[in-house]
Design a protein around this ligand. Structure first.
Ligand code: GDP
Length: 473
């Protein structure tokens, strides 16, 4: 019979191997955002939703689930042994503890690999085999690191100039007092004193941390506040000197008394070559899809300076997705990202009637950068979501009218009910900041009633559909 014909059988085997190769495919999904934007909670919930997706998750907009084509999801060994493993189990343990707690934020790169087995729906894959497996690598990395990309195109002198320019902001300038004092004590005419440079670098680093604590978001250089494995390394020990010192330096370049500035320059260059570039080369280049989390609500809560700085930082960060011919990204790193999602996180802090405002607000923050990116052929989308829903919606009456309110638990464990306020549809002007009380407390996570069920969320299925839907057809 035909099936006993050896050459036909070989052909069939080859077709099977080929089919498997086409059927088994791979996507590298990157998740970023400034610190505390919700990356850890998001990835923990995403893994949790996928692991439970077939039977016990609530993902009506995720088509592979809605069409009942998902066969199973499991974790696998991550590909890159040099990168930390994303601490999924720890996160779940925190969320399921009594009382529940938020997972601890990560502050470097971490990774997880999932295998998603599903029934093919269409096209070539269906013809070749009934099932496919998508290997999904998720990489978590600090958005702060993307803020460093523009530094690759700045000299040390330019960086110093922009730093001192920035200090025209009165509140920042105040925070910089200790650093300025330390700087003024350096004897630039003397050979460099390594210990003194270390302590002034520390004052500079402290200043960056203080800015962050005060709600500023555009912090540079990014590794100074989130050093990852570079904590304490000399490549993170430099600081910007004043324009006056720079002018003196360039007027008198060859004098022997330029040791300090010379050293600062070389460390700055090392930072560019050994810190900024390797991140893009080792990680960024490999990403296929990217999610950028933006915590608009906490910034609104903290006031104008925080919100405006967040907007600046996000637009700055989006420079890493400008792929135009002459962009620094294209020239240096040939990136591959084809889909980019902007996601406003923690949307359980506002009532359902405000969700669409939050998306509009996010869009108004990133409008220009997004147009640029779309023009360059990357598909983009904005959404609002909550990774771990920590509030419930109720109704209350205000001046005789029904209004939606939120019920949750605050950090002291007390049950609270509140109306958090209206989310502005566009980036607010001064009048908003003068009049509006936009305030909400941090919610603690809700207790998990059934452990075999996935965590409650808001719109995570939309996120999943955008970043993975087409890969699971
Ligand atoms: P990361 O630094 O970007 O990894 O941020 P995390 O994921 O650690 O989130 C920081 C904090 O934001 C958490 O400790 C929570 O307090 C809060 N958070 C994150 N996601 C949510 C969410 O979906 N809902 C609520 N209510 N809070 C969240």
């Amino acid at each position: 019979s035909l099936s006993q014909n050896p050459s036909l059988q070989r052909l069939q085997n080859q077709a099977k191997v080929l089919g498997k190769r086409i059927a088994d495919h791979h996507v590298s999904l990157a998740v970023t955002g400034l610190s505390k934007s919700g990356k850890t909670a998001f990835i923990t919930s995403l893994i949790n939703q996928l692991l439970h997706a077939r039977d016990h998750a609530d993902l009506p907009f995720f088509s592979v689930v809605a069409q009942k084509r998902l066969i199973g999801v499991k974790r696998d060994v991550q590909p890159d042994m040099t990168v930390a493993r994303f601490a999924y189990e720890d996160g779940v343990k925190h969320l399921c503890s009594v009382p529940p707690r938020w997972p601890e934020s990560t502050n470097g790169v971490s990774q997880v690999r999932l295998l998603i087995k599903y029934r093919n729906q269409s096209g070539l894959r269906r013809l070749l085999s009934e099932h496919s497996t998508l290997t999904l690598d998720i990489t978590d990395y600090p958005g702060e690191w993307l803020l460093d990309l523009p530094l690759l195109e700045m000299t040390y002198q330019q960086w110093c100039e922009s730093f001192w320019q920035d200090l025209h902001d009165v509140s920042k300038s105040k925070l910089a007092e200790p650093f300025k004092l330390g700087l003024s004590q350096i004897q630039f005419q003397q050979p460099a004193d390594e210990m003194q440079l270390q302590s002034v670098s520390q004052l500079f680093t402290d200043f960056l941390h203080d800015c962050k604590a005060a709600g500023f978001q555009l912090i540079q250089p990014g590794r100074f506040v989130l050093p990852g494995e570079l904590s304490g390394a000399p490549v993170l020990q430099f600081f910007p000197v004043t324009p006056a010192l720079l002018a003196e330096y360039s007027a008198n370049k060859h004098a022997p008394d330029n040791a300090v500035i010379g050293l600062m320059m070389s460390r700055y260059e090392q930072y560019q070559q050994k810190v900024i570039k390797p991140f893009y080369k080792q990680h960024f280049k490999r990403f296929d899809r990217q999610i950028v989390l933006v915590d608009c609500l906490t910034a609104l809560n903290r006031g104008a300076h925080s919100f405006n700085d967040l907007r600046k930082a996000i637009n700055w960060l989006l420079g890493s997705f400008h792929y135009g011919k002459n962009s620094i990204m294209r020239r240096l790193f040939s990136p591959n990202i084809d889909k980019l999602m902007f996601a406003a996180s923690k949307s359980d802090h506002i009532t359902p009637d405000q969700q669409s405002n939050l998306v509009m607000l996010l869009e108004s923050m990133i409008h220009e950068a997004r147009q640029q990116i779309q023009y360059e052929g990357v598909e983009t989308e904005s959404t609002a979501f909550s990774a771990i829903k920590a509030s419930q919606v109720g109704l209350s009456t205000l001046n005789g009218e029904n209004v939606q309110v939120l019920k949750g638990t605050n950090s002291s464990g007390e049950a609270i009910t509140l109306y958090p306020g209206d989310v502005p549809k566009v980036c607010p002007d001064q009048a908003f900041w003068d009049n509006q009380g936009f305030a909400f407390p941090q919610f603690m996570p809700m207790s998990q009633p059934q452990t075999q069920h996935a965590f409650s969320h808001i719109r995570l299925d939309h996120v999943l559909e955008f970043v993975l839907g087409d890969k699971l057809e």
